[in-house]
Design a binder for this molecule. Structure first.
Ligand code: SAJ
Length: 445
């Protein structure tokens, strides 16, 4: 009986865990299993990543090389590009990217490629789990048929479940072991065995009745964020229209100890989750004739923020009798959120595009981002690469406008306010005290 066989292997810590995709989700997961004495095999298409792992080197911010080395040296972790080793795994977890196509439709190619590798090498008595964020129905509509095609039967030859990843890169408080894990199987046995597996490494496991529920749960979580950020951005534009200080309003609202959750306006939304995940949900809904108005409205508001920031900049320059065309503009912070180096879908890229199209002489400074290129598959952006400029007094003093796009902590904003003639602050990076002591004209979202 497959359920008893795999449960026994898990309980006795003899289950071999394969993870396909050793990125910011897969690597922390397989190391967590290794530290709990499970044997893990990491599968990567990128041979360099596999080499790094086998050499005990981590390339993911939340995973120490020390822990990778410890797992490798204890024989609990190896990485390979040879997918035939999938046959050795009792458990296979898929942690591959789920980006959007340019048309904002789901790009399932990575999940399908992983499924095909499993299809090629799978054997009886394996538990297969998908963790990649995707639309409800993926696990039972896309993966299940691929494995049944091989003549394998669910609950007799294999088990299949979905468990959303909730990794929050760089979050010191929440790491794999203390982030509750939702698990839903395509069958009852699949749910129970997958839940047992995760209980070996996570303090709290929340089992749900199906893979679809687990898939939908993840999308609800991130759609919630996109819509609330969209509301914050619309409130900023509304407050500006009424001549009310947005940040003072939201900070006052945030004093409410119940029934309110503060979200803040910004230059738009970036990252590989929030701008993308809601489109997986609305895409699936549309297949069933349902139009999710909140998702499209949030997308409209959030993706309109870069242009709104550019409008603020051009109005501010105009007020000092300058045109965007020919103005020296310095962008402070280009990563998609503070104190990280990730540029994916960063709104700064759209702002750079729009300002360069208007003839601005544009440079940037971001201590985390050495250069900005425009070759990402799905990143908005065009034109020549930009290189990070040192934040010298002259650079700031000689700028016609400084735009704070990302409020990295390690920037001396007091100095910026002393030197810059004009600042557009899209992140409330400038404290009241800094603003009051400033020589610069300051415009805020
Ligand atoms: N943003 C705003 N205003 C806000 C919050 C965020 O403009 O009030 C912007 C950010 O600057 C960024 C984008 O939205 O450009 C996304 O920010 P995020 O805080 O949601 O950060 P992410 O993209 O790293 O989201 C991840 C998600 N984690 C997973 O999907 C596992 C998300 O669910 C987490 O809630 C989020 O981290 C987090 O809380 O840090």
């Amino acid at each position: 009986m497959i359920k008893d066989n795999i449960e026994k292997l898990i309980i006795e810590k003899r289950a071999s865990v394969g993870v396909i995709g050793l990125g910011y989700v897969g690597l922390p997961l397989i190391v967590e299993f290794g530290l709990k004495d499970f044997h893990g095999i990491g599968f990567e298409v990128d041979a360099k990543k596999a080499d790094d792992i086998n050499a005990g080197r981590s390339y993911i911010v939340d995973v120490t090389s020390e822990n990778v080395q410890k797992c490798v040296e204890n024989g609990k972790l190896s990485a390979t590009t040879d997918f035939s080793q999938l046959a050795e795994c009792d458990v296979i977890v898929i942690c591959v990217p789920t980006p959007l196509r340019k048309t904002k439709d789901p790009d399932m190619s990575y999940i399908i490629a992983a499924g095909e590798e499993i299809q090629k090498h799978m054997r009886r008595d394996q538990l297969i789990i998908l963790e990649s964020t995707t639309y409800p129905g993926t696990t039972d509509e896309v993966l299940l048929p691929m494995f049944e095609e091989k003549g394998f039967k669910l609950d007799e030859d294999f088990l299949l479940a979905f468990s959303p990843e909730r990794v929050d890169p760089g979050n010191p408080q929440y790491q794999t072991h203390n982030i509750p894990k939702v698990v839903g199987g395509v069958s009852k046995d699949s749910t129970e065995v997958a839940a047992l597996l995760y209980r070996q490494i996570v303090n709290e496991v929340h089992a749900v009745s199906s893979a679809r529920v687990a898939e939908a749960c993840k999308l609800w979580e991130n759609t919630f964020r996109a819509i609330n950020i969209g509301m914050a951005n619309e409130m900023a534009r509304l407050c500006n229209t009424l001549g009310i200080d947005t940040w003072e309003v939201v900070q006052a609202a945030a004093t409410k100890p119940f029934g309110f959750m503060a979200f803040y306006p910004g230059p738009g939304i970036g990252g590989h989750c929030i701008p993308l995940d809601p489109h997986y949900l609305s895409w699936k809904a549309r297949q069933h004739g349902f139009d999710s108005q909140f998702i499209s409205l949030a997308e409209q508001v959030n993706s309109g923020m870069p242009a709104y920031v550019v409008k603020l900049v051009s109005t501010a320059l105009n007020n000092v009798k300058k045109a965007v065309n020919g103005s020296k503009i310095l962008i402070l912070g280009v990563a998609y959120k503070k104190d990280i180096d990730d540029m994916r879908e960063s709104p700064a890229l759209s702002i750079i595009d729009l300002l360069r199209a208007r003839g601005a002489d544009l440079v940037y400074h971001d201590p985390f981002v050495p250069e900005v290129t425009f070759d990402h598959a799905y990143t908005i952006g065009d034109g020549d690469a930009l290189v990070n400029q040192d934040l010298t007094d002259d650079l700031v003093r000689n700028s016609d406008c400084v735009i704070i796009c990302t409020e990295h902590t390690n920037v001396d904003y007091h100095r910026i306010c002393e030197l810059a003639p004009l600042i557009v602050d899209t992140r409330n990076a400038l404290s009241e005290e800094t603003r009051n002591g400033s020589n610069a004209k300051i415009v805020r979202l």
